[in-house]
Write a protein that binds this ligand. Structure first.
Ligand code: NA7
Length: 567
């Protein structure tokens, strides 16, 4: 960063080419890639370390549900060859040490300011620059802003009456302490049975005196079949990494597994039951890729959901508890599928109790515990695994103002609107990484992050080569894209679940299906074509005026997506 007078006010402020917000997987790569273009980049990070999601979510059992060899950067052949993963699914600790290694290896730390939260980003139209403010009083003028703020970074504790009165230990899994929490001898209450709860509950049960799980909605979970990675398996993947990465980039979900051609509705029961059993034994997300019709046809989905429920009933000894754990109110896969290790078995332990708070809701948190409509629970520790204000929460907590001082909060009052999940009309030179309207949380995030950062880097390179300084999405292109995102989402079973994909977990949040379900490969093609066609749907300009004849009709004929490619 350098000190310069602001072109519009004359006041001396810090200045750089790009401010990146967040030092998680997205922010680290954005810094590396944009710096390699010769740009002056400044990263601000709220935490006191790098790692983003993997810095904050340190709860017991925290683990990625994408296999380690695929949940890793592909931008450096040396890095991907030299880093040794130890398990099929990496723990939080292992991913965090990988990201710290990346920060050191590529000398990223010198441009990252830790423990500094960006509070505002305001576009100065006269200066053609963003003015970025932090909670430490920094004010930085930057030509570009890259929001690498993460999709699940604003954690939520529901507004239960008395929630702040609890006198025991209280934790949210998304803001877990750095020192280990000791559950030994304690009565622990645990609220939330999403992916996080399903990972943490078995671990906490091992040491707590009593663990009471308050469940509102049961979830589908597939066994992880986690295991140490055998050196031979790791070597084999590394030898074929280029081909595997290419397959991931062009796949629907950023994984090197294709959705099978077969349809469960076209097979006799003995055949599909055998296939499902085989996939169950293999474990992991490929279970849902066994049949192409599961994501789109309710009858097909019901067959697979029944199979999973039969497994829960086989595992959990108490029939009433087993029934409570069987998901029945949403199609399998319409919420993020959970990957479990000893989750259902945990309910066979004597020190674990499941309470159904759909039928006996939490009425109050008291100083000494929790009261449902049926009884009171005395607790020493209360753990909230109650999720996040996903995808938009963190962006909207920053005071972002575009042209004419228009706040993003106002633009998105009825739900997020973006062009390609990369830009918002009226907010020039501001990019979102894995923003709403991109495959994002429906994909292997590392693949989507690299694609976004690479696109942004190419976009800035092209701008500079053409002696231009500004790019912004056209409102008409944004509208076409938003309609396409909604239309494609409606072709699937996703909108049938009250999930955070729709903002359904946050009271008052507009119900919009936020990620783009068309698939990583299809989406990448769109982004590439937009670039090749001279940034269709965007207008690029210099102080002298617009350079391109605006062509908003970029996606008037978006047809490539079909039901068959849904994941
Ligand atoms: P999720 O998936 O949003 O799960 C949150 C859980 O908390 C879920 O079981 C909720 O039940 C429960 N919850 C939320 N509010 C309440 C109230 N008021 N009462 C009772 N229970 C409540 O968050 P996770 O952290 O598990 O996972 C987020 C993502 O991280 C995951 O999808 C992966 O991509 C990684 P509900 O289902 O709303 O009835």
């Amino acid at each position: 960063m350098s000190e310069q007078p602001s072109p519009s006010t004359g006041k001396v402020v810090s200045s750089c080419d790009v401010v990146v917000v967040g030092a998680g997987i997205g922010g680290l790569y954005a810094l590396h890639r944009l710096r390699s273009l010769g740009l002056d980049v400044q990263v601000f990070e709220a935490g006191d370390g790098v790692g983003g999601t993997w810095y904050w979510n340190r709860y017991p059992g925290a683990r990625c549900d994408v296999e380690s060899l695929f949940y890793s950067y592909s931008f450096s052949a040396e890095l991907e060859q030299e880093w040794e993963w130890t398990e099929r699914y990496p723990t939080q600790r292992e991913i965090l040490s990988y990201l710290n290694h990346v920060a050191d290896r590529f000398e990223l730390r010198r441009d990252i300011r830790l423990e500094t939260r960006v509070t505002a980003a305001v576009y100065d139209e006269a200066a053609r620059r963003w003015s970025v403010t932090t909670d430490r009083g920094d004010q930085v003028m930057a030509q570009f802003v890259v929001m690498a703020t993460g999709c699940l970074s604003t954690w939520q504790i529901p507004a239960f009456p008395g929630v702040d009165s609890f006198q025991g230990e209280r934790y949210h899994t998304g803001n877990w302490p750095h020192d280990p929490v000791d559950f030994a001898g304690k009565r622990v209450g645990f609220i939330g049975t999403g992916s996080t709860g399903i990972q943490a509950i078995p671990q906490i049960a091992k040491t707590a005196r009593q663990l009471t799980v308050f469940q509102r909605t049961p979830n589908y979970a597939i066994p992880a079949r986690n295991a140490p990675l055998r050196p031979g398996d790791q070597r084999e993947v590394k030898a074929r990494y280029r081909e595997i990465r290419e397959r991931m980039r062009t796949s629907p979900s950023g994984l090197p597994f294709a959705v099978a051609e077969r349809a469960v509705l076209e097979e006799p029961p003995d055949l599909y039951l055998e296939a499902l059993e085989e996939a169950w034994q293999a474990g992991g997300p490929p279970f849902l890729m066994m049949y192409r019709d599961v994501a789109v046809a309710e009858d097909a989905n019901a067959i697979v959901a029944d199979f999973v429920r039969s497994k829960i009933r086989e595992t959990v000894r108490d029939p009433a508890t087993a029934e409570l754990l069987c998901p029945i109110d949403h199609p399998i896969g319409s919420k993020r599928i959970c990957i479990e290790i000893e989750y259902f078995e945990t309910y066979n332990r004597d020190n674990v109790e499941l309470v159904d708070v759909r039928h006996s809701p939490v009425e109050e948190i008291t100083p000494t515990g929790l009261r449902t409509s049926e009884r009171t629970y005395e607790l020493d520790v209360l753990v909230f695994a109650t999720g996040f204000d996903a995808m938009t929460g963190t962006l909207l907590r920053i005071d972002i103002r575009g042209r004419g001082g228009v706040p993003l909060r106002e633009r998105w009052a009825d739900g997020p609107r973006t062009y390609l999940g990369l830009q918002v009309a009226g907010f020039p030179n501001l990019f979102t990484i894995t923003g709403p309207g991109s495959p994002s949380v429906l994909s292997n995030m590392v693949v989507s992050i690299e694609q976004h950062v690479d696109w942004i880097a190419d976009c800035i390179t092209d701008l500079r080569a053409a002696n231009l300084d500004t790019i912004e999405a056209l409102p008409e292109a944004e509208t076409i894209w938003v309609e396409h995102v909604n239309e494609v989402g409606a072709m699937t079973l996703y909108p049938k679940a009250n999930s955070w994909y729709l903002g359904a977990n946050i009271p008052g949040k507009p119900r919009i299906f936020m990620p783009y379900v068309g698939g990583v490969g299809v989406y990448r093609q769109y982004c590439d074509e937009v670039r090749e066609a001279g940034y269709q749907g965007f207008v690029r300009s210099s102080p002298a005026g617009p350079a391109d004849a605006p062509s908003p009709r970029a996606f008037a004929t978006v047809t490539r997506y079909s039901k068959a490619s849904a994941t």
